[in-house]
Design a protein around this ligand. Structure first.
Ligand code: SF4
Length: 425
């Protein structure tokens, strides 16, 4: 049995690069550095499947030709999923530019929250390494950390700080409906405290904390549903902290108002930085979300949710919601670009669709064109971006003879439409 050391993991935004794998035929067992997502992800193996056109096996060439016909006939195609590596994002941008397409990542709503908050109130950010090495007080908002990135506690919160940053247990306040880890009471590295409130009350809780930190009085009615005792205890700890971090993850408030919560968090961070060092960190970015945001920004100036018109990128963050647009018939073709979609499946829209996904991804409806693509970091090498947006993770090819990268298929469709594929440049 062959072993692979220090393998980077592509399956969430934490970007762990310390995994040890054992090969079992075409699949892999994670024997060190495992979490539920990596165990499931590296265990995936499939035969080399055929492409399909309307459910019938087809050669790759004829499926690509049909994809060119379908996409060439669309006026408002939307590219979604976008769970791919940097090369895949570059290729999908080139193709969308060629056919006046629209783009929205499968976690577009969550990513949008952070971008909108940054636009309106600015942002003070930190990195995973800074939180791990320096933060003696961490406020987790709307997430336990592990629900978004399973090894966040092990790799960051429970990891010893740099010696000069102190050796006392790290204080972690978890604000929101999610509970504490089952063994929180016996964790020697972290002093946990849960401040329970609903997701809808999170903005009010952050606002109340800001009042307490500023020493302003709060109307008692405003705190009726809030954990005021716990918020008071947290406010008392804040002046003692030498380095603090506020961490959040995922789509904080379903329904599209998470940007208001993030604005409240960023405003609080600005206040706290007047006296001490504080930073904010989003630990989302899974399913290639951070990769999409970064590569899209390098290439267009926008982090996502754009449409192309005559080669120009137009930023429409609230309008370009792929799920809503497909439901309302505001797009006339869907292109799903996957590889890292994990448990997420392509929608089954009433419009023609082209799906690029690994063979084991369940499809709700047989698309007009199905093209098998590989998993970045297993079937082919590539680059992913970590959730703190400061590290690009080189992904390795671990097995041969799997399906091709999404970027290769996208480039060939682009060439069929008269454009120029990125990888051919
Ligand atoms: S926490 Fe994320 S990056 Fe780390 S091993 Fe698990 S899925 Fe992979």
């Amino acid at each position: 049995m062959s072993s692979l050391q220090n393998v980077p993991c592509p399956f969430c935004g934490l970007g762990c690069d310390d995994l040890m794998l054992h090969a079992r035929g075409a699949a892999f067992t994670v024997v060190s550095g495992a979490c539920p997502r990596s165990l499931a992800g590296f265990a995936r193996a499939f035969d080399k499947p055929d492409a399909r056109v309307r459910g019938q096996p087809a050669s790759t060439a004829s499926a690509l030709a049909e994809a060119v016909t379908v996409l060439g006939g669309a006026r408002q195609p939307i590219f979604t999923g976008l769970a791919t590596d940097v090369a895949g994002v570059r290729s999908v941008l080139a193709l969308a530019r060629q056919c006046d397409g629209m783009l929205d990542h499968l976690h577009g709503a969550g990513g949008l929250q952070g971008v909108l908050a940054l636009q309106s109130s600015g942002g003070m950010t930190t990195t995973l390494a800074e939180v791990r090495n320096r933060a003696d007080l961490v406020i987790l908002v709307g997430s336990s950390g592990e629900d978004v990135a399973p090894r966040f506690r092990e790799r960051v919160l429970s990891h010893p700080r740099h010696e000069h940053a102190g050796t006392s247990p790290r204080r972690v306040f978890v604000l929101g409906p999610q509970g504490l880890p089952a063994d929180a009471d016996s964790d020697p590295a972290v002093e946990w405290r849960h401040l329970a409130c609903t997701a809808a009350d999170l903005p009010y809780a952050v606002g109340a904390l800001r009042c307490l930190v500023d020493g302003r009085s709060l109307d008692p009615r405003a705190g009726e549903n809030l954990p005021m005792d716990g918020l008071g205890a947290l406010a008392a700890r804040i002046p003692e902290a030498s380095y603090g971090a506020i961490v959040w993850g995922g789509e904080l408030i379903p329904g599209g108002h998470g940007d208001l919560l993030l604005e409240a968090i960023q405003t609080l961070l600005q206040d706290l930085n007047a006296e001490s060092r504080w930073g904010g960190l989003a630990i989302g970015g899974g399913e290639g979300g951070a990769t999409m945001e970064e590569a899209c920004t390098w290439n267009t100036g926008y982090a996502g949710r754009i449409r192309f018109r005559s080669g120009e990128a137009i930023y429409e963050p609230r309008l370009l919601d792929a799920a809503r647009m497909l439901e309302r018939g505001e797009a006339d073709c869907m292109v799903w670009v996957g590889g890292l979609e994990g448990d997420h499946s392509p929608p089954a829209p009433d419009v023609p669709s082209i799906v690029l996904a690994p063979p084991d991804v369940p499809l709700g409806r047989e698309p007009e064109v199905y093209l098998p693509v590989g998993i970045p970091g297993i079937d082919h090498s590539g680059t992913g971006v970590r959730c703190d947006h400061v590290v690009s993770l080189p992904l390795r090819q671990l097995r041969k003879d799997g399906p091709p990268p999404a970027s290769q298929m996208l480039d060939r469709i682009n060439e069929g439409l008269g454009g120029r594929g990125v990888s051919a440049c």
